[in-house]
Design a protein around this ligand. Sequence first.
Ligand code: AMP
Length: 471
Amino acid sequence: MTDFTTLGLAEPILRAVATEGYTTPTPIQRETIPALINGRDVLGIAQTGTGKTAAFVLPMLHHLSLDHNRPAPKTAKNLILAPTRELVAQIADCVKAYGRNLRFNMAVVVGGVKPGPQIRSMSQGVDILVATPGRLLDLMASGAIRLDHTRGVVLDEADQMMDIGFLPAIKRIMEKLPKARQTVLLSATMPAPIKALADGILFRPVEVSVAPQSKPVDAIDQQVILLPSNEKRDRLVDILSKLPQARAIVFTRTKRGADKVAAHLDEYGFKTAAIHGNKSQGQRERALDSFRDNKVQILVATDIAARGIDVDGVTHVINFEMPNVPEAYVHRIGRTARAGATGAAISLVDGTERGLLKDVEKLIGRSLGATGSFGGDDRGTVRPQSRTPHPGGSHGQKPARGGSAHGHGGGHAGNGGNRSHAAGGSGRPGPKPAGRPARPSANPNSPAQIAAAVSQRDGGREGIRRSAPKA
Ligand code: AMP
């Protein structure tokens, strides 16, 4: 079995790795570290939890340990781009930990906080800059940061950066970088736009894939419970009551949904924190810290806010709502069973989410063996694949409310091309569910009603695409 000493890393880095308690490199580290030390570009397909951060940070520190030149003012020798403030903070923590025996300087540049301190931290230039793309572009535009001296670039969680809508920003940033550089692109999945980006920015990369694409880790026990949407909250309380020792992350699709679920759990006496894009940086950090320190047992989160959360010992991931994008399911459940532990994922799926469940099963290549039943609550489903309308709801049920997800996204779908597969989110504003006659007296089977149902459904699909939630 390989140990770290065979990878070619400088001695102060090996000492830091030992301090972290790592004895054996993970598969991505074993393949990536020697390639990066040798100056190669890397294209990595890897989820969080695989040790990917050390895989690119350790070689970066190795190169810095051999380079005694000071950075030029406002420049960064190395740039690490990540989708969220949380992930940037986590990467920066790793850089500090792995670089504890080296002298170098680092700056963190993220949105949501005042730019002044960030501008000052860049004034003398840095060895490593960890940033989110939006704020970096702003500071480049104002002249506070220059990338013309940058020789090492890492794009971490590229697919998530695309989902947030950062692809144009990334392309603009890449244009400002010198051609002679070393580039690493890491992504949990490899949708076509990311592959195209990789082809454009990497030079003969070493390709590393540490888990089959989009396959959840085997250590996760996955359960799916079908149920009417209005039973979701009670079922959630029920599940959590039976798991007094659980450290759980509950996922919702929308920010408002996260707040409502958190409030509901609070009412039932669960210690809960919510984390999503409407929370300030301070609130997000406090929520994460209290979850990490076990002060709260349950974290309720939206997808984007939860990206890259690296908390050990998460025992359960509960999908209160299925994600619009099937790949997000893989990311969500990857929050548990980290670093060799086991974990469980429980998805609560109502009738409107049937299509989303099918998309996930298609992606992971197997059935999730759902139990339970929608209890007649299966209307409003928008399936782009199926052109068969569902005229006339049979029993005049109310449209599915989708638990607490009444929030409107208000965000942008970014460049996430695969959002067009999004099935009808429950409780979204806009068109009524397909199959609901426009007027109670109309014959639901008349051609006009069928046409109206189809057009409502297709309109719904467009509406969903436009209003994909911004977490
Ligand atoms: P990452 O995929 O970079 O988010 O890392 C996931 C977790 O694995 C983090 O908690 C790391 O501290 C841990 N880790 C990374 N490399 C190793 C290693 N070689 N041995 C043990 N744990 C590791």
